[in-house]
Design a protein around this ligand. Structure first.
Ligand SMILES: [Zn+2]
Ligand SMILES: [Zn+2]
Length: 191
């Protein structure tokens, strides 16, 4: 597919510069930048609230490269229980081992081909970090985001967000259940 080819980013590591003593890349990118690179990959429409900070450490191990990194940003996600948007701080730590692509056929430049969980293949003299960062963002975003463990969700009857206030139906349900308890109480005493 190679859809990232058009936009070569400055987030690439020139392999000549990476020695055994390591190479560090530390930078931040605007929220517009993240929105654009994430939009290229998925159909999800995330709202990023903050810039992304990126720190990458790369080491040479013969022909292979060890790349580890930390990214941090914040975005809004819709809560699956109450459907309200909430701020989600995203932080990811990751590690990849980059091995030279052994096949002679020409792979699309940015394709991440993997044999193992954290093994990716590179080709050429530089590694573009953008596909790796995008992948980390996508796997870190929860598939069932919750605004909080105690989120009360929405009322099944009227749709009111119960975190904001109790709707009429839930108050009535409460009254009924309190009545049921009182009604059953003496019966239980007798038996
Ligand atoms: Zn919620
Ligand atoms: Zn209700």
């Amino acid at each position: 597919m190679g859809r990232l080819n058009k936009k070569r980013s400055d987030l690439s590591i020139s392999l000549d510069e990476v020695g055994e003593s390591g190479y560090r890349l530390s930078c931040s990118k605007s929220k517009e930048w993240i929105r654009n690179v994430v939009r290229d990959v998925g159909d999800s429409d995330f709202t990023f609230l903050d810039e992304i900070t990126i720190q990458i450490d790369a080491f040479r191990m013969g022909e292979d490269f060890s790349v580890s990194g930390v990214i941090a940003t914040a975005l809004t996600l819709p809560c699956v229980r109450c459907l309200d948007d909430f701020a989600y701080p995203l932080e990811a730590q990751f590690h990849y081992t980059l091995c030279p692509s052994d096949s002679g056929e020409s792979l699309p430049e940015m394709e991440v081909r993997r044999d193992d969980l954290d093994v990716v293949h590179y080709k050429g003299s530089s590694i573009d970090l953008v596909p790796l960062l995008v992948e980390q963002i996508m796997v870190t975003i929860p598939t069932h985001p919750l605004c909080g463990e105690t989120c009360k969700g929405i009322c099944q009857q009227c749709g009111e967000n119960l975190n904001n206030r109790l709707c009429r139906c839930s108050r009535e349900n409460e009254k009924i259940s309190a009545f049921e308890v009182l009604k059953n109480f003496p019966v239980k005493q007798k038996s």
